[in-house]
Design a protein around this ligand. Structure first.
Ligand SMILES: [Zn+2]
Length: 269
């Protein structure tokens, strides 16, 4: 393999990076030769003018040598450009989909990769599976100079963020916003405005960001998904997600609007 090919390499959920380079990057053809993989799953990712990219799952227990290290994908958030993070995210999602769709859910036959589409297909009954993406709404609710922020039991200590939840079958994203906010904190909102989106490969969400205005009700937390929620003045916020996440972008975007700085420069869309 040669040229500008790049390899997004995983083993047991961790990504492989070089330890002797300043920038975190996917492996080059030279790295690939150095690794000498014996048994690896290799899936084509993209074929662009700069060369092809591949998602690779190394066998369990594969040791990469001292010039390489295994790292959590989450640690990449904010440390590489969005496009680069999304390429790693695409790779991990395709590998997960490939691993979990090896047999037909209808007739039990072993599946095969579709010749041209990014799909797994059953050679017996022709049922096919495409990579799974789960749409998820994420909402910043404001009330004048206050923002409604909440924390989930699995958040890091002291961290508060926007509200989020999965879109259900048969539901519009707008309806999902109203339902999730109602379920999690029992307030009503209006004036929904679409903000932007972010692929979030943990394991396969597509985060759809909205700004919403408070329209009534008192905060009552559900106590399960949400362990605390409160209104915070935009200049006295608790610990919030970093600017590489859509939650962090929406919060900073709204702070800039309130500071009279216009719609901000780091917002998406
Ligand atoms: Zn089948």
């Amino acid at each position: 393999m040669s040229g500008q090919e790049r390899f997004f390499i995983f083993r047991e959920g961790k990504i492989l990076v070089r330890t002797d380079r300043r920038e975190i990057a996917a492996c080059s053809p030279g790295d690939w030769r150095e690794l000498q993989p014996r048994a690896a799953t290799v899936l084509p990712l993209d074929k662009g003018p700069e060369g092809s990219t591949f998602a690779v799952e190394m066998e369990t227990g594969f040791e990469a040598g001292e010039r390489f290290a295994w790292m959590s994908l989450r640690r990449l958030v904010g440390r590489v450009a969005d496009e680069e993070f999304n390429a790693w995210g695409k790779a991990v999602q395709l590998l997960h989909w490939y691993r979990t769709h090896r047999f037909c859910g209808r007739c039990g036959q072993a599946t095969i990769a579709h010749a041209s589409d990014q799909a797994m297909i059953c050679p017996s009954c022709s049922l096919s599976w495409y990579p799974q993406i789960s749409p998820c709404v994420i909402v910043l609710v404001s009330r004048g100079e206050e923002l409604l922020l909440a924390r989930s039991p699995h958040f890091q200590e002291g961290m508060y963020s926007t509200l989020a939840g999965f879109v259900e079958p048969g539901e519009s994203v707008e309806a999902a916003v109203h339902r999730e906010i109602g379920e999690e904190v029992a307030v009503r909102v209006g004036g929904l405005r679409y903000f932007g989106s972010q692929p979030w490969p943990f394991p396969g969400q597509l985060m759809l960001g909205f700004l919403a205005e408070y329209a009534g009700g008192e905060i009552q937390i559900d106590g399960v998904e949400i362990s605390d929620a409160a209104w915070y003045h935009y200049r006295r916020l608790p610990l919030i997600p970093g600017p590489a996440t859509i939650a962090g972008r929406m919060i900073r975007h709204y702070q800039q609007i309130l500071d009279g700085g216009g719609p901000g420069t780091d917002a998406q869309g």
